[in-house]
Design a protein around this ligand. Structure first.
Ligand code: NAD
Ligand code: UDP
Length: 318
């Protein structure tokens, strides 16, 4: 249970008559956990651009300060180094809860930290407890991994999934399933306003160089997260690109668009890797007016040039 002994206390009293932004919209105070990560930092850019006050909570497990460094001078931006497994006191209107080691490269390296230790369980519980105490709206970024190795294709949000509970990927899949459960329990039990997005593989600038996940949807689905937060529907909503391709087709497209001289190697797959996956996004299209905009052929070169620049900068820095 929460006590005020927490040293990382950031109180922000609601200001009287907050500044209206645009027509009929108040400036929001928004927390983004995991906001210095890949998806989170793009979301922060959009929220700052819209005129909101943004607090990022991040322990820099996979996130990088460089991703948000361009906001550090902005008085509407605040960066708190904090692990969400520890309680925190804040006063905000909305909580985007993204904090979670999201790539297999990271969660296989420390599965306990990913699930039991709490990033998914204690971290989500703490952010829901915070949302309950201050009456903030809470959005969870869940994942297509909750569908496991799906027996239904394409996947609608009504599909319950096919997840191996004891496999090497389970820490992430089951962790996110638990996070969804907690989210709905706080909604039903404590009346917290919640939103759930199930994000399908996303790629783009600022992705970890060693991310290791397959690319499918350009990071523009940040718009989908904001539409979900602002709208009236709890979800879950699939946010992803329904354009389907085989891994070989993808490899060939990488050759064509990024490096003609690249060669293709065939290797054993990892355990429990889903055989195929494709989001049914009719619900997001209809209720959030959202659909992906960037075709792979355009998105891939953008990501590649960002990776090139970063590798170049790292080498120069050495
Ligand atoms: P990322 O690793 O770039 O970002 C995660 C961020 O959370 C990092 O900045 C990391 O430092 C931070 N973090 C991790 N554990 C934390 C903790 N205990 N306390 C505070 N901060 C912590 O990953 P991403 O791709 O940006 O993913 C963001 C969210 O979106 C995650 O919840 C992920 O599960 C979800 N998601 C992403 C994808 C995708 O393809 N990128 C797909 C499905 C779901
Ligand atoms: N919590 C938090 N900040 C808050 C309120 C709660 O971090 O402003 C944490 C709290 O420490 C607890 C979790 O959220 O670990 C769940 O809180 P809740 O009030 O729902 O449960 P309780 O504290 O009654 O067990």
């Amino acid at each position: 249970s929460f006590s005020q002994r927490d040293t990382n206390t950031h109180y922000r009293r609601p200001e009287a008559g907050r500044v209206p932004v645009g027509i009929g919209r108040k400036r929001m105070r928004v927390v983004v956990t995991g906001g210095s990560g890949f998806v989170g930092s793009h979301l922060v850019d959009r929220l700052i651009e819209r005129g909101d006050e943004v607090i990022v909570i991040d322990n820099f497990f996979t996130g990088r300060q460089e991703n948000v460094v361009h906001h550090l001078d902005n008085p509407r931006f605040e960066l708190i180094r904090h692990d969400v497994v520890e309680p925190i006191l804040l006063e905000v209107d909305q909580i985007y809860h993204l904090a979670c080691p999201a790539s297999p490269v990271h969660y296989k390296y420390n599965p306990v930290k990913t699930i039991i230790s709490f990033t998914n369980v204690m971290g989500t519980l703490n952010m829901l407890g915070l949302a309950k105490r201050i009456g903030a709206r809470f959005l969870l970024t869940s994942t297509s991994e909750v569908y496991g190795d799906p027996l239904e294709h394409p996947q609608k949000e009504t599909y319950w999934g096919h997840v191996n509970p004891i496999g090497v990927r389970s820490c992430y899949d089951e962790g996110k399933r638990t996070a969804e459960t907690l989210t709905m329990d706080y909604h039903r039990g404590a009346g917290v306003e919640v939103r759930i997005a199930r994000i399908f593989n996303t790629y783009g600038p600022r992705m970890c160089l060693d991310d290791g996940r397959v690319v499918s949807n350009f990071v523009s689905q940040v718009d989908g997260l904001m539409a979900l937060m602002e709208g009236d529907h709890i979800g879950p909503f699939n946010l992803g690109n329904p354009g389907e391709f085989t891994m070989l087709e993808l490899a060939q497209m990488v050759k064509e668009t990024i490096d003609e001289s690249a060669t293709i190697e065939f290797r054993e797959n990892t355990a429990d890797d889903p055989h195929k996956r494709k989001p049914d996004i009719s619900k997001a299209k209809e209720l959030l007016n959202w659909e992906p905009k960037v075709p792979l052929r355009e998105g891939l070169p953008k990501m590649a040039s960002d990776f090139r620049n970063r590798i170049l900068n790292e080498n120069e820095g050495n």
